[in-house]
Design a protein around this ligand. Structure first.
Ligand code: UD1
Length: 419
C-alpha cells in the first residue's frame, strides 16, 4: 500500500467542494440491477469503493459508460457469472447483491461480504428479513446460497436493531415483491432516503411514514431515469473538523448542512462559528483552541460513527477532558494507539475513550487500519509538529475523492509515496 508523508503543523483554510456521497452511491449502483432500462447517475464520487462496485456490475454483464455521470444499463445480465471473491470481500456493500440478484436470477451463490475491519459486522438481520420476504438462505463455509420462488412476497418486518445495510437489502427485495411490505424500526440515515428517492423516480412505490416506518407496494416494472445523488455528509463533517483542529476557517460547497445538525451543535459548543446556507456550510475557529466535549455515537440523527475518529482527534487537542462513546462498531478504536504514539493523552476502557487535551501532537511513523481511522490520522499529521509518515494509506481512497489535493488546496503539506 502507499504511504503519506505529511509535514506539519499547518492551519487549514479555504474552500472545498464536497463530492457525492459514498454511502448513497453504493446502494444506488446496486439498485440499478433492478431495472433493465437506461439510468443516469450524477454526482458519483471518484473513490475506490465505487470502482469496485462498477467492476462487480461489469462482471455481471451490466453496460456502464463512465464520464461526468454514470450511464448504466442492466438489460443483459450473465446469470452464470462467478462473482469475484476479491471484489465481494473488498466492500461491505456487496451484500446488496443478495436481494438484487435474487430478483434478477431467482437463485444465487456468493461469497460473504468484506469491508472495513471495524467490528464483527454480522449479516443476521439481512438474512432474517430476506427469509421473511420468502427467500431460502443457507450460509455454508464462506458462501451464501439463496433462492426465491419466482418473486419475493410482501410481509411485515420489524428490524430489532437499527441497521442501514439490512434496511437497504429489505427495500431492494421489496420493490418487486407481491403485495405490500412494511418495514418497522427502519434505519433513518439520509442515504436511505436518497435511495428511496431514486427508486421512486424510476417507478417504485415506496412511502416513508413517521420517522422509521417504510411502506413498499410491489410494482411490476421499474423504468429508467436520471438521478443526482446527495453530497457526502461524512466528508463535509471531516473538512469542518479539519478546520477546527488546525484553528482554521473553511467553507464546504455542494453540501447539505441539514444532515449534520448533531455535529454542528457539538462544534458550536466547542467554540466554532458555524454558518450555513442551502448548499454550503462554513466553520471558523481562527486562532481559537476548541473546548473538549463528550460525544456518543448512534444511528441517525445521533452522532455518526463515521465521524467518531475525526472528532476524537479534535478532543485530543481540545482544552479539557472528554469522553467519546462508540455504540455502533466494537472495533473502532484501533487508531487510538497511533494517536497515542503522536503524543495524545487517551485511554480506552470498553467502548469509551477518555481524552485529556494536549497542546500539540508530534509527527512519527503510524499506520492506517480503516477508512475513517486513515482520515483521522492524516488530519493528525497536518497539525502535528514535524514529519508524520502514515503507511497503508490506501484505505483512505475507498471513501475520499482526491483527498490529498483537497487538503493541499487548504494548506496541507502532503506527499503520496507510491508503493
Ligand atoms: C453502514 C455504512 C457505514 C456506517 C454504518 C452505520 C454503508 C456502505 N456503510 O454500514 O459507513 O458506519 O452504516 O451508520 O452504507 N448489525 C447486526 N446484524 C446485521 C447488520 C448489522 O448486528 O445483520 C449491527 C452491526 O454490527 C452494527 C450495527 O448493526 O453494530 C449497525 O450496522 P449497519 O447500520 O448495518 O452498518 P452497515 O450497513 O454495515
Amino acid at each position: 500500500m502507499d504511504k503519506f508523508l505529511i509535514k506539519g503543523p499547518v492551519q487549514l483554510k479555504g474552500e472545498v467542494y464536497i463530492s457525492g456521497s459514498k454511502n448513497s452511491a453504493l446502494p444506488i449502483l446496486f439498485a440499478s440491477l433492478l431495472t433493465t432500462e437506461l439510468i443516469e447517475i450524477k454526482n458519483i464520487p471518484k473513490i475506490k469503493d465505487v470502482d469496485i462496485t462498477i467492476k462487480l456490475l461489469l462482471n455481471l454483464g451490466v453496460t456502464i459508460k463512465r464520464g461526468k455521470s454514470l450511464i448504466i444499463k442492466a438489460n443483459n445480465l450473465n446469470s452464470h457469472c462467478i462473482l469475484s471473491k476479491k471484489l465481494i470481500k473488498s466492500i461491505r456493500a456487496s451484500i446488496w447483491l443478495l436481494s438484487t440478484l435474487l430478483v434478477r436470477f431467482k437463485k444465487i451463490k456468493m461469497y460473504l461480504p468484506g469491508g472495513c475491519s471495524i467490528g464483527k459486522r454480522p449479516i443476521d438481520l439481512h438474512i432474517k428479513n430476506l427469509k421473511k420476504l420468502g427467500a431460502k438462505i443457507n450460509i455454508k463455509n464462506d458462501f451464501i446460497i439463496a433462492s426465491i420462488n419466482n418473486q419475493f412476497k410482501g410481509t411485515h418486518i420489524f428490524i430489532k436493531k437499527s441497521s442501514v445495510g439490512a434496511t437497504i437489502n429489505s427495500i431492494l427485495a421489496a420493490v418487486y415483491a407481491k403485495n405490500i411490505t412494511i418495514i418497522e424500526n427502519a434505519a433513518k440515515e439520509p442515504e436511505i432516503q436518497d435511495l428511496i428517492k431514486f427508486l421512486n423516480i424510476i417507478g417504485a412505490n415506496i412511502k416513508v411514514e413517521g420517522t422509521n416506518k417504510i411502506i413498499i407496494t410491489g410494482i411490476k416494472k421499474l423504468s429508467g431515469g436520471v438521478y443526482t445523488i446527495m453530497s457526502d455528509r461524512i466528508e463535509t463533517g471531516t473538512f469542518l473538523i479539519a478546520a477546527a483542529i488546525s484553528k482554521g476557517k473553511i467553507i464546504c460547497k455542494n453540501t447539505n448542512p441539514k444532515y449534520l445538525n448533531t455535529l454542528l451543535k457539538k462544534l458550536m459548543y466547542m467554540g466554532a462559528i458555524i454558518k450555513i446556507g442551502k448548499n454550503w456550510c462554513s466553520l471558523d475557529m481562527t486562532n481559537k483552541r476548541p473546548k473538549a466535549v463528550n460525544i456518543i455515537t448512534g444511528p441517525y440523527p445521533n452522532f455518526p460513527t463515521d465521524i467518531q475518529p475525526q472528532f476524537t482527534l479534535l478532543n485530543c487537542i481540545a482544552l479539557g477532558k472528554s469522553i467519546v462513546t462508540e455504540t455502533i462498531f466494537e472495533n473502532r478504536f484501533i487508531y487510538i494507539y497511533e494517536l497515542i504514539k503522536m503524543g495524545a493523552n487517551l485511554f480506552i476502557k470498553n467502548n469509551q475513550v477518555f481524552c485529556k487535551g494536549v497542546n500539540i501532537l508530534y509527527g512519527t511513523k503510524i499506520q492506517a487500519t480503516d477508512l475513517r481511522a486513515a482520515i483521522s490520522l492524516v488530519l493528525a499529521g497536518c497539525i502535528a509538529k514535524g514529519i508524520t509518515i502514515i503507511s497503508d494509506i490506501n484505505h483512505i481512497d475507498r471513501g475520499y475523492e482526491n483527498i490529498e489535493n483537497k487538503l493541499i488546496n487548504l494548506g496541507a503539506k502532503i506527499i503520496r509515496i507510491k508503493n
